[in-house]
Write a protein that binds this ligand. Sequence first.
Ligand SMILES: Cc1cc2nc3c(=O)[nH]c(=O)nc-3n(C[C@H](O)[C@H](O)[C@H](O)COP(=O)(O)O)c2cc1C
Length: 332
Amino acid sequence: MTVAEFSDPAPGAAAVPTFWVRDVPICGELALAPMAGYTDKPYRSLCRRLGAAFVVTELISADGLLHASERTRQMLAFGDDERPLAIQLFGRDAALLEAAALEVEAFAPDFIDLNLGCSVPKVTKTGAGAGLLYDPANVGRIMARLTQAVKVPVTAKIRLGPEREILNYLEVARALEDNGAALITVHGRTRHQRYNEPADWDAIAAVKQAVHIPVVGNGDVHVVADIARMKAHTGCDAVMIGRAAQGYPWFFAYRDRSDVSWEERREMMLEHLEMMVAHYGPRHGVIHFRKHVVRYLRGVPTPRGWQVHLLSLERADEVEAQLRDPQIGRSG
Ligand SMILES: Cc1cc2nc3c(=O)[nH]c(=O)nc-3n(C[C@H](O)[C@H](O)[C@H](O)COP(=O)(O)O)c2cc1C
């Protein structure tokens, strides 16, 4: 795989690199956020095709990798059409993270992303994810170890701090840069801030001022106009989109929900379903598709009880027949 092959811009993206993750060219300014349970191979592929400049896997446990389960293997699978792609790792122990990074490097991701932002108690109580933010010096040591161990660039995704009162993001960002990180994504919330509290874009701007490596801003981009607002406010090199892209890959084509017709939505859902079945198999493909379909259907008028019925179906042809029902998607 040559740089030229994997750096092909997504349709509609700039043909010349917008910025570089060390030696990996990134064409475009929108990234798909890692989202456990959502950003699997089929969905990353769709988002990349619609215009995402790079994509990130769901978070993958460094510990879990050592006893690689079938599920972990499935999470590590990706296609060349998804490049540039980062595999995201989480863990607490530097030696385990190093071993995991070496292992996933064999899958040839374009870069490896260290999760310093996950706030799920199951992860933070082990000291991983945002739990690592308590000790910026240790974050630096982990990054040094990773960057020395692997040849691909290593990046990190951070929150603003491990507690509301401990806003140490500048210290963490500098520790990451000083130890070889090639890019930092800043989710503008602390570990304890819930998603309904506004993200702090001033903090993202401060990180951008403090480091020389590319900075990706993340948090509270809901509509297409927010992309330009975040870029102007923070000066970030790219904007990472999470929830606004759930069931909505068109965000990467700079299209708001009202711009996409029912027919387009239906055809995308059917293609997505087919990809899910190919990736997970007939039964699990349909089951995993359920969480996507409810997002695609947000704002679409459907008869009472129909969605409950749709989500009870176990076969792809039954789901397809329902989505093709002429009654569905009509306004009024
Ligand atoms: C369902 C879900 C799963 C997530 N999983 C991850 C993850 O695996 N790794 C990670 O770094 N962040 C994860 N996040 C956080 C997102 O990447 C992102 O930082 C957050 O949603 C804020 O961006 P948004 O306002 O665009 O949604 C997750 C968020 C959601 C909603």
